[in-house]
Design a protein around this ligand. Structure first.
Ligand code: GTP
Ligand code: MG
Length: 306
């Protein structure tokens, strides 16, 4: 290797942690675009989502995962299995915790499993949301965490505000293994567009419906038509379990679904940089949580963890 052919590096970095830790926010910050949806509610991310970024000659592929919690239902179990699968396949693992919540029971359970999963791969700790706590509390938390697990490195960050994220990036760039880049230099995600489109609608539903939102809801892109005028016509189905849920999603005189459709269309159109015609249909499907097809559409394995 000569001076004018610098060594390239590339690797997968799994982001794991409890629901709401800020994993998707961190991935988006690193990639510089919204690839993974973010809400104030727990269990937003349902499958593994990759976001890709370059730092010098290193290609860092972040793998966002569903939050890890004690699963009770089939969908929960598939989500948690997807999270651990993401960790098992990665070159480097980052455990995200919330500064103001500290070493919770949930984090303890994750650390126990980490000890079994990580092998000799580096695991870094990212204490997130430091904008919410006093700086003097962070050193004690860092010490407590490092006594619980031999982290390769500890970062104090705010994924939302971008504090400390450059240090993390630079460390990862040196830590990913030597090798050729795995994606084109300008690619930022490897999720199919129809899935990104469905996720955007699910985010807008969550933001609009708040506490009323039925957790047992999923969005699928049913049809995608490229039009001659450069616009895209996208049809999506929102599956809910019950008639009552359908009423909530539609809202009084259909105003909820109209607002959701408008917000989703605007974001999608900005993302695609062209006009979008978005048509949403709500369908009651009592058994969708037992249908392998629905899991596949979400990017989950029906049998994983079950
Ligand atoms: N104050 C503060 N809020 C943050 C920060 N990072 C994320 N958040 C907020 O925390 C909430 C959860 O963020 P997400 O990125 O969706 O969390 P997640 O870990 O992906 O959650 P799941 O997908 O449910 O596992 C959102 O309301 C974010 O805006 C941060 O650095 N500071
Ligand atoms: Mg998430």
């Amino acid at each position: 290797m000569t001076d004018d052919t610098p060594e390239t590096r590339a690797g997968f970095v799994a982001l794991i942690g409890e629901p709401n830790a800020g994993k998707s926010t961190l991935l988006n910050k690193m990639v510089g675009a919204k690839v993974s949806i973010v809400t104030h509610k727990v269990q937003t991310t349902r499958a593994r989502i990759r976001g890709i970024t370059m730092e010098g000659n290193s290609q860092i592929i972040f793998v966002d995962t569903p939050g890890i919690f004690r699963p009770r239902r089939r969908l929960d179990r598939s989500m948690v299995a997807a999270a651990w699968g993401g960790a098992a396949d990665a070159d480097i693992i980052i455990l995200l915790i919330e500064a103001h919540r500290g070493l919770t029971e949930g984090v303890k359970a994750i650390i126990e499993q980490l000890a079994r999963t990580a092998g000799d791969r580096p695991v870094a700790l990212a204490i997130n949301k430091i904008d919410r706590v006093k700086a003097e509390n962070l050193l004690a938390l860092s010490a407590e965490m490092n006594a619980a697990y031999p982290f390769a490195k500890t970062f104090m960050i705010s994924a939302e505000k971008g504090y400390g994220t450059d240090d993390l990036r630079e460390w990862l760039a040196k830590e990913v293994p030597p090798g050729p880049w795995l994606y084109p230099e300008d690619q930022i995600a490897d999720l199919p567009m129809r899935m990104i489109a469905a996720e955007i609608t699910r985010e807008k539903l969550t933001l609009r419906l708040h506490e009323e939102l039925p957790y047992q809801l999923t969005v699928e892109t049913e049809n995608w038509e490229e039009r001659k005028d450069g616009s895209a016509k996208i049809d999506q189905i929102i599956y809910v379990l019950r008639d009552g849920h359908k009423g909530i999603v539609l809202g009084h005189k259909g105003e909820a679904i109209r607002a959701v459709g408008k917000a989703a269309r605007e974001e999608l159109s900005a993302f695609l940089e062209r006009p979008v015609h978005l048509f949403l249909t709500v369908k009651v499907r009592e058994n969708w949580l037992d249908e392998a097809e629905r899991f596949r559409e979400m990017g989950l394995d029906f049998n994983d963890g079950n």
